[in-house]
Design a protein. Structure first.
Length: 252
């Protein structure tokens, strides 16, 4: 791209004949967008493999991405202090949620998305709460990374995490061969698909993923931004199935 820009600029200045840029018409094609979505059977196979290999932190990273719809960079960069409980009395009754949810404790993940730089305040799925609360309690301070590699005792690097995930995927494929084609980034897409299939609107899912949340104010200051409530609806739409029901759901 840099060569293309320089050659085009040279044509503009008259340094080379117009239309002589050799990089202008290479005929390259944009690859089709990836559409891989994990099944519940594949998800359970990955989580079981992580536990069997003693790679709980990598398993927790998969769980966080799956149930929050966030990117690997933000999952691995999460700090213990980014997770806390909101005062439920400062929240109104949320659209799409029953009155019984109005005053229950609300665990949230409060961070800034690395790609867009927009604020995010995401309620944790019930399946995540015991996992996150234990990790927060074990942390030595709010600035410590939430996820620490089980083998090195240090925060994950990109290469280290890729190695751990590959090892888990290989182990999981022994039980569920289709897992071999799954990538970590597919868990974010899986979150969106599951939320939509469970009845969440496109706008709600967009707020959860961060694709439409750039308009939000700093959520932590008010707890009232519409994007937070939209993301809550998307999170609550996903129902964690019992294992004997997960297989049945996939076969129907």
């Amino acid at each position: 791209m840099a060569l293309l820009a320089r050659n085009s600029h040279a044509e503009l200045l008259g340094w080379r004949p117009e239309g002589s840029n050799p990089c202008q018409r290479l005929g390259t094609r944009t690859p089709p967008p990836r559409d891989r979505v994990a099944t519940w059977d594949e998800i359970f196979a990955l989580l079981d493999a992580a536990a069997a290999l003693g790679l709980s932190a990598t398993g927790n990273a998969m769980l966080i991405s799956l149930l929050t719809g966030q990117r690997q960079t933000d999952v691995l960069g999460a700090r213990a202090g980014d997770f806390y409980m909101l005062d439920p009395h400062r929240l109104p009754v949320q659209p799409g949620l029953g009155d019984h949810d109005a005053h229950r404790p609300i665990w949230v993940w409060d961070f800034t998305r690395s790609k867009r730089g927009n604020a995010a305040l995401i309620e944790l799925h019930p399946r995540l709460i015991p996992v996150i609360s234990q990790l927060v309690m074990r942390a030595e301070g709010p600035e410590q990374k939430l996820l620490i590699d089980d083998l090195t005792g240090r925060p994950f690097s990109r290469d280290t995490f890729a190695s751990r995930f590959k090892k888990i995927r290989t182990e999981a494929a022994n039980r569920t061969p289709s897992v071999a084609s799954l990538q970590f980034r597919d868990l974010r897409r899986t979150n969106a698909v599951m939320a939509r299939e469970a009845g969440a609107s496109i706008d709600d899912v967009g707020d959860l993923l961060g694709n439409s949340a750039a308009r939000n104010p700093r959520l932590k200051q008010t707890y009232m931004a519409p994007g937070f409530h939209a993301a809550r609806r998307a999170v609550s739409a996903i129902q964690w199935p019992e294992r004997n029901r997960a297989k049945k759901i996939e076969e129907e």
